[in-house]
Design a protein around this ligand. Structure first.
Ligand code: SF4
Ligand code: SF4
Length: 265
């Protein structure tokens, strides 16, 4: 299953969607809208698209990781602004391939598949697609952080005694509770590094693996360490470890309580 455009969800992470200081929904939406509106008026020629891409890049918010490119040709594919995607792709332009005008070139854009394609099983991918259908903002944050998704699913299974399966998402209450748990990703301190999984930006802009140094904090390791590391709960990343740990436990309890149980015989 290709994870970028699925029946329910879409992702623009590798086109630089989250490479900014303000990763809130409204900031990302407004930047994507700005690009989409601007590109809608541009003739479908390489010259015009290149000039438009340069103008859009000049007016874009500052990147968080300077070494990671941000493509100004990522925008909304639909009028309702629910699906994020490449506005230079032949399917979006009506035939001509203008991806050479973006941050990379056609060959790179065509060939690139992020590591989640190799790591996520078809079941995990389908489950995530269903759980976060229609929510490109959260989907992109989670689909690119396989350890976070696995840690969350394993923690729910540990509480319920049963593996989370797609059929469990038929239950709207459980679907909402699982979504709330995954949404830990977007409720972190402003500028938090947890949005990028277990990495933080190094001095040269390259990602550096993170870990929570419980020893230095004088705290015992959390039973939710993997989830907390993925969401950047280390206080030095700008978050409150204790408060986040309580929030993880609260949301796990909520998911376990909403987990569909077989009817008694
Ligand atoms: S980060 Fe992965 S899933 Fe997202 S658009 Fe890129 S290749 Fe696709
Ligand atoms: S041109 Fe390439 S990098 Fe830019 S939005 Fe399209 S696929 Fe992403």
């Amino acid at each position: 299953m290709r994870l970028c455009q699925t029946p329910g969800a879409s992702c623009g992470a590798c086109c630089g969607l989250y490479n900014g200081r303000d990763l809130g929904r409204s900031a990302l939406r407004s930047e994507l809208s700005r690009r989409t509106r601007a590109l809608a008026r541009v003739p479908r020629t390489p010259e015009a698209f290149r000039a438009a891409a340069a103008a859009l890049a000049a007016g874009a918010p500052e990147p968080l990781f300077p070494s990671v490119r941000i493509c100004p040709l990522l925008g909304f594919l639909d009028a309702g602004e629910t699906r994020v995607g490449c506005l230079a792709h032949p399917l979006a332009t009506g035939g001509v391939d203008l991806r050479d005008c973006g941050a990379y070139d056609v060959a790179t854009c065509d060939a690139f598949l992020c590591p989640s394609h190799a790591w996520l099983s078809p079941d995990e991918a389908a489950l995530l697609d269903r759980a976060l259908a229609g929510d490109f903002h959260l989907y992109g944050l989670v689909v690119t952080d396989v350890p976070f998704l696995r840690a969350v699913l394993a923690a729910v299974a540990a509480r319920t005694g049963a593996k989370v399966e797609q059929r469990h998402l038929d239950e709207a209450r459980f679907r909402a509770a699982l979504r709330r748990l995954l949404a830990l990703k977007e409720e972190l301190a402003p500028g938090s590094e947890g949005l990028f999984g277990a990495f933080r930006p190094g001095r040269d802009g390259e990602p550096v693996p993170r870990r929570i140094d419980y020893g230095a904090l004088g705290a015992a390791a959390s039973p939710y360490d993997e989830i907390l590391t993925c969401v950047g709960a280390d206080p030095r990343s700008g978050n409150d470890l204790e408060a986040l740990e309580e929030e993880v436990a609260r949301r796990l309890d909520g998911a376990a309580a909403a987990f569909p149980r077989p009817a008694p015989r």
